[in-house]
Ligand binder design. Structure first.
Ligand SMILES: Cc1cc2nc3c(=O)[nH]c(=O)nc-3n(C[C@H](O)[C@H](O)[C@H](O)COP(=O)(O)O)c2cc1C
Length: 238
């Protein structure tokens, strides 16, 4: 497992920074090959000034970041929840680094190749809102944007999402448990990014895809109608 850990907090001495270190420690101690990318320590313009991002020359740190993303089989993003989503630092990084030709390639107006396919990602985020409120009342806007509109668009499958909160109401003991959890997330990576249940589901979907069920809709409709009609017919027989 080759893992790239990305810290997307403007302050290194934050809870996110400590969770990032714990996760990296856990992963390394378990034998996972890790690289680290601390966004507050690299230099890049967060704004895209051209019509298409690939027209804007990449700063050397972004070239290195693309090389690290390409190298990695698994990415771990650690970031605080700010205004429901994530800090501008992470948004600017994604705007600049996930360029056409690197992260995706349009092959038709409504079709694109996902150039980072096969990779997985974990999200670790902190928030002051209790995570259940964030998820079920606010409908987790940051998580959905990252998982679907950004990572999913480029072919990265999100394996695990961990939200730690409420930070503002947490005790020292609680924060220490969160650090242990973050370390465990890192060390578990030695067994692969997906949990056993996710791996079973992936195998099931691979089988279903191989069956190409979409090619036999009439057959399946006929089977279903037949199966539904059979008990009624059987009841009519003496
Ligand atoms: C600019 C800003 C916006 C924030 N917006 C939210 C928010 O929308 N929801 C929330 O639960 N917490 C919000 N917070 C609180 C942070 O999530 C919280 O301070 C942080 O997760 C604590 O972890 P840290 O020490 O790693 O920064 C915000 C904090 C800042 C500074």
């Amino acid at each position: 497992m080759r893992c790239l850990l990305i810290l997307a907090h403007p302050r290194r001495d934050s809870l996110c920074g400590a969770l990032f270190d714990a996760c990296a420690d856990g992963a390394r101690q378990a034998g996972v090959e890790c690289r680290e990318l601390i966004l507050s320590e690299i230099r890049f313009d967060p704004d895209v000034h051209e019509v298409s991002p690939e027209q804007q020359p990449l700063e050397p740190d972004l070239v290195r970041a693309q090389r690290d993303i390409h190298w990695a089989e698994h990415l771990v993003f650690v970031y605080p929840t700010w205004w429901g989503t994530f800090p501008a630092l992470l948004k600017g990084f994604l705007d600049r680094v996930m360029t056409p030709g690197f992260a995706f390639r349009h092959v038709a107006p409504d079709k694109w190749d996902k150039l980072l396919a096969g990779r997985t990602a974990d999200l670790i985020t902190t928030m002051d809102t209790p995570p259940l409120i964030y998820r079920f009342v606010y409908r987790a806007p940051g998580r959905r944007a990252l998982v679907r509109a950004t990572l999913g668009y480029c072919g990265l499958r999100t394996a695990r999402i961990e939200a730690f909160g409420s930070v503002v109401a947490s005790s020292a003991a609680q924060r220490s448990r969160w650090l242990d959890q973050s370390r465990a997330i890192g060390s578990r990576l030695i067994h692969g990014a997906l949990s056993p249940a996710q791996r079973r589901r992936q195998r099931l979907f691979a089988w279903l895809a191989a069956l190409r069920l979409q090619f036999y809709p009439m057959t399946w409709i006929a089977y279903t109608v037949g199966a539904l009609a059979a008990p009624a017919r059987a009841n009519r027989c003496p």
